[in-house]
Design a binder for this molecule. Sequence first.
Ligand code: DX5
Ligand code: ZN
Length: 226
Amino acid sequence: MRMHLSPSILGADFSNLGANVLETQKGGADYLHLDVMDGSFVPSISFGMPLIRSLRPISEQVFDVHMMVQNPERYIKEMADCGADIITVHAEATPHLDRAVQMIHECGKKAGISLNPSTPLSVLDWVLADLDLVLIMGVNPGFGGQKLIPYTIDKIRNLNELLEQRGLREKIDLEIDGGVTKDNVTEILEAGANVIVAGSAVFRGDIAKTSAEFVRMLRAWEQKNV
Ligand code: DX5
Ligand code: ZN
């Protein structure tokens, strides 16, 4: 299965954002993780559509937009227009999850659902087959630089088994976000994730070099598991 590194620009130096993004691309990261926060679903406010639109022409990466936004349906169309490739909404942020997934697909984009650490996998039951990605939060959303909550690795393992049982493992990306480091990434891969988000671990220090180190670990994992 193909593994992807999705650096979260929340960890970047915003005064130098374009250059930071290009460094991740140079290091081989094929996804770019864009954390949109509304100050309501999560305490913090990050950035929105204008920033994503302005990054779109400089990067060939898959734009993996993580909407930490209450009632995300309000922004799906605009998010699609500004260059998102994958749009992920939180199960906890809307009573109309099925509708949100349909709206994303109607815009011709890939649809993901994200789950906070305490949210059970069972909320995915009826929509799972329609999804392109499930994002498991390794931390409580809202801030970069937190420590991964250990039980979220068990959750990845359980979701991986569920996807296998339903014959969906090849169709759906299993993404982990929050607290990923070079020290815990192997355990996360073993549990079954194939899209790895990393913010502070990538953007602290030499961005291209660190991205390349992560990508090397992912490629080595692929080789070992063909
Ligand atoms: C947290 C965000 C994450 C965050 C990850 O709410 O969704 O994407 O940027 O940052 P690190 O890798 O530093 O935990
Ligand atoms: Zn995120």
